[in-house]
Design a protein around this ligand. Structure first.
Ligand code: CMC
Length: 426
């Protein structure tokens, strides 16, 4: 044991190995702690707990770094497509042209969803949130496509099937919610353009995909594609550790992403900005509420568990926002409001002391609005983007011969042994 940490408990010293990652990150391996000392660790919210060893994504919260398989997200956003980035995350390396073509063909071949699934949509109440619907539909895919997942080829088929069909399911849910005819995927369109076409084409008004919007959607999805062990990815790994099928694990990830502290923040940001605009630009009271410890309100799109500096994704998305709106000659009052709010927060002592900066969700909704995506679909857009990351992380766990059932411990603080009192004597 070259590198280790010592724990001294009740006069006895225990040595625990220190594990070092490829970027020099260190962790104390406590897997034998309870066996040796009778102690467990307590870490609510897992802020100091490494749940796995992973070679997929590296992020540094202090330096504002995000890399997929070693490649900076800035480079991917500039040069790659979402499909290529998905391949990189899932397979570990960038594809050759031949491999990428094969992957695109597989995505096309698997893009239709079973017609019977449309009946489900029609029976959800009209007010259902699209994230609840998406989570249910992805889980239901298992019943429609129950092939074995143990054969290697089948895993790849399941993966491409999921990547392709989740996008179709999302567009379909929008069309059905509008009471419109479902638009089928087109084999001649690449992944992002195909999605926009399924969302917005109609028999009365053919949709013309705009180059700038297709590029922006690629960037948006690339930036969301993975973020190491965040809440929804952890849900995928934890649920997957019970050895459920991939669809069930991803369905759990979608449910976890829905919350406003996680993926649901993009919808919450737009609602917050719209409220400020409605209140004649009253930023002061919003900042005041966010700082008030007796008020549960938070500045949405600000702060991050890992980033203690500007979220690198937020920088790119802000620039993309400016470019798209300029090219499309769109004037969105929410963009001006977001910039003003950012400026005010970044010069406020509370936000400076708490290291609170805009995260990806602060500007992303403005791009989605420019595309015409309705606000309640924003988190669904995040989910489609995060899918390659969830798949890669699930696959990494499944390939680990030492993959154990996730089963944390607790410190019990309830009553000690008590007697049962019959109902008439209470
Ligand atoms: N507005 C006001 N105060 C905040 C905010 C905020 N957005 N975020 C954190 N704080 C304060 C918090 O009140 C606490 O203050 P104190 O130490 O004085 O009690 C301190 O900062 C630390 O907060 P925390 O809740 O312990 O930090 P966390 O790491 O558990 O939470 C977070 C991270 C993202 C949940 C939180 O910053 C937040 O609620 N942000 C708003 C929601 C949001 O934008 N979520 C999207 C995250 S990025 C997309 C994704 O990857 O999911």
């Amino acid at each position: 044991m070259d590198d280790y940490a010592k724990i001294i408990y009740k006069g006895k010293t225990y040595k625990l190995p220190v594990v070092t990652g490829s970027e020099g990150e260190k962790a104390i391996d406590i897997s034998t702690l309870r066996q040796k000392t009778g102690l467990i660790t307590l870490d609510p919210g897992f802020a100091n707990t490494g749940s796995c060893i992973s070679s997929i994504t590296f992020m540094s919260g202090e330096k504002g770094i995000l890399r997929y398989r070693g490649i900076p997200v800035e480079e991917l956003a500039r040069h790659s497509t979402f499909t290529e980035t998905a391949y990189l995350l899932i397979n570990g390396v960038l594809p050759t042209r031949k491999e990428l073509n094969r992957f695109s063909v597989l995505l096309n071949d698997n893009s239709l969803v079973h017609e019977d699934m449309q009946i489900f949509y029609q029976n959800f109440p009209r007010a259902s949130h699209p994230m609840g619907i998406l989570s249910s539909m992805v889980n239901a895919l298992r019943s429609f496509y129950p092939e074995l997942q143990t054969v290697e080829e089948e895993i790849n088929k399941t993966v491409t099937r999921l990547l392709s069909k989740m996008r179709t399911l999302a567009a379909m849910s929008y069309k059905i919610s509008m009471g419109h005819k479902v638009i089928y995927p087109r084999p001649d369109l690449p992944y992002c353009a195909n999605f926009l076409n399924m969302m917005f084409d109609s028999p009365v008004k053919p949709y013309r995909t705009h180059k700038e919007l297709v590029k922006a959607l690629n960037v948006f999805w690339i930036l969301h594609a993975d973020h190491e062990q965040n809440c929804s990815t952890s849900a995928v790994r934890v649920v997957g550790s019970g050895r459920v099928n991939l669809y069930a694990a991803i369905s759990a990830g979608i449910a976890a992403l829905w919350g406003p502290l996680h993926g649901g923040a993009n919808q919450a940001v737009i609602e917050m900005l719209s409220d400020i605009v409605k209140n004649n630009g009253d930023i002061d009271s919003v900042i005041k509420r966010a700082k008030d410890k007796n008020d549960p309100f938070r500045l949405m799109g600000f702060g991050h568990r890992v980033y203690k500096t500007y979220d690198p994704r937020a920088k790119i998305i802000k620039k993309t926002c400016d470019r798209v709106l300029k090219k499309l000659k769109i004037k969105d009052p929410l963009l001006d409001m977001a910039k003003e709010l950012e400026e005010r927060a970044l010069t406020d002592d509370y936000f400076i002391e708490h290291n609170l900066y805009p995260n990806i969700d602060f500007y992303s909704g403005i791009i989605l609005r420019a595309m015409g995506i309705p606000t309640n679909m924003f988190t669904v857009m995040f989910a489609i983007g995060r899918l390659p990351g969830w798949i890669a992380q699930w696959q990494e766990s499944a390939d680990d011969p030492k993959w154990r059932l996730s089963r944390p411990r607790q410190i019990y603080t309830g009553p000690t042994k008590s007697k049962y009192i019959p109902i008439d004597e209470r």
